[in-house]
Design a protein around this ligand. Structure first.
Ligand SMILES: Cc1cc2nc3c(=O)[nH]c(=O)nc-3n(C[C@H](O)[C@H](O)[C@H](O)COP(=O)(O)O)c2cc1C
Length: 311
C-alpha cells in the first residue's frame, strides 16, 4: 500500500463537515503556519518538499511562489485552478467533493505564505453542485475563526471566493482563466508579463491547481523534507490519478511516484487490469499534450506481466 496524504481521510463519514474534519486533525497546518512560522518559512518548506504543480506543467511550486512580486501597497492574489476540463480527468472534482476542507485549509496556509488577503477558486461551470459544497466549507471555516478578519487572533485576514467558469476548455490555461475571472472573454494573454508580476487585475498573482494547494497541508504538517522522501527523483510526494477507460476498477487513486504505469494498470490495489478479457492497446498518461504509451515494448511488457501474473 502506498502512502496516502490527501485521500487518507476522504472516506470518513461526514468528513465534508467542519466538525468531523477538525476532529480528524484538520486545520493543524493553519495553526502551525500562522502561529509559529513566517510567510517565507512556509514557502521554504514548500520548496524543500520538491512539490511540482499538479495542473499539468509540473513547475516547482515553491519556486513559483518565490517569483511573486511584492510591491508596497499592491494586493496579491492566490487563484486556485479548478477548471479541470481535460478529457478523462476528475481528480480535482473528487477532492473538492469529498474532502473540501483540505482545499480550504491549503488555501489559507498558501495565501498566508503569499501575503494574499483575497483568494479565489475558479471552478469549471459544470461542477455546480461542488460550488455549494465549497461555499458551505468556506462558511464553516469562517464561523470557526479560520477565515475572515484576524484569523486565530494572529492579525491575518483572508476571504475566499468561488467563481464558476462558463464551460470553455481554454479557461484552464492560467492567463485565459484570469481574463475570465475578471469578467472578460477567456482569451489567453501574451506572456511575459507572467501572472506573478501582472496577474488578476494587473496585480501579482499565483495560479495553482487544486491538488497542488491541497498538498501544502501535509507538507506543512509533516515538513518539506519528509514529503520529499516519498517518490522518486524530482517527482516527490503523492499524486492523484483519474483512472478511466477499459479497466476493471475506474476511479481516483492516490499513488506515490515510485510505481510504474504497468503496476498501476494491473495491480488489484489500483485499476485491477484490463476489463472484459481484452488486451491493453494504449494508455494516455495525462492530458492532450502528453505522449501516448503505444510503443510495442510497453504493450509487450504489460502483456507479459499479465500472463506471468507478476503483479
Ligand atoms: C489549454 C490549457 C488548459 C489547462 N487546463 C488546466 C486545468 O484545467 N487545470 C489546471 O490546474 N491547469 C490547467 N492548465 C495549466 C495552467 O495554465 C497552469 O499551468 C496551472 O494551473 C498551474 O498550476 P500548478 O503550478 O499548480 O500546476 C492548462 C493549460 C493549458 C495550456
Amino acid at each position: 500500500m502506498g502512502r496516502k496524504l490527501l485521500l487518507e481521510k476522504a472516506h470518513i463519514e461526514n468528513i465534508r463537515l467542519y466538525d468531523v474534519y477538525r476532529r480528524e486533525g484538520g486545520y493543524r497546518s493553519v495553526e502551525k503556519a500562522l502561529k509559529t512560522m513566517s510567510p517565507d518559512a512556509v514557502t521554504e518548506e514548500v520548496k524543500k518538499s520538491g512539490l511540482r504543480g499538479r495542473g499539468g506543467a509540473g513547475f516547482p511550486t515553491g519556486m513559483k511562489w518565490s517569483f511573486l512580486a511584492k510591491p508596497e501597497g499592491v494586493p496579491r492574489y492566490l487563484v486556485v485552478n479548478a477548471d479541470e476540463s481535460e478529457p478523462g480527468t476528475f481528480k480535482d472534482r473528487y477532492l473538492m467533493e469529498f474532502i473540501p476542507h483540505l482545499l480550504i485549509e491549503g488555501m489559507i496556509t498558501s495565501s498566508f505564505a503569499l501575503g494574499a488577503s483575497r483568494s479565489y477558486i475558479y471552478i469549471r461551470g459544470e461542477y455546480a453542485w461542488i460550488v455549494d459544497i465549497l461555499e458551505q466549507a468556506i462558511q464553516e471555516a469562517k464561523n470557526n475563526g479560520f477565515l475572515g478578519k484576524n484569523i486565530l487572533g494572529t492579525g491575518y485576514d483572508l476571504e475566499i471566493y468561488v467563481q464558476r467558469g462558463a464551460g470553455a476548455y481554454i479557461c484552464g490555461e492560467e492567463t485565459a482563466l484570469l481574463e475570465s475571472l475578471e469578467g472578460k472573454r477567456g482569451n489567453p494573454r501574451i506572456k511575459p508579463p507572467f501572472p506573478a508580476v501582472k496577474g488578476l487585475w494587473d496585480c501579482p498573482t499565483v495560479v495553482n491547481n487544486v491538488e497542488t494547494i491541497a498538498a501544502v497541508v501535509p507538507i506543512i504538517n509533516e515538513g518539506g523534507d519528509e514529503y520529499a522522501k516519498i517518490g522518486v527523483g524530482k517527482s516527490t510526494g503523492t499524486k492523484l490519478i483519474s483512472a478511466c477507460g477499459n479497466i476493471k476498477k475506474q476511479g481516483v487513486y492516490e499513488i506515490d511516484m515510485t510505481i510504474s504505469v504497468e503496476e498501476f494498470i494491473y495491480s488489484d490495489e489500483y485499476c485491477g487490469g484490463i476489463a472484459n478479457g481484452r488486451k491493453l492497446k494504449a494508455c494516455i498518461p495525462g492530458g492532450s499534450s502528453v505522449s501516448n504509451f503505444t510503443s510495442k515494448s510497453f504493450i509487450e511488457d504489460c502483456q507479459r506481466r499479465t500472463k506471468n501474473d507478476e503483479l
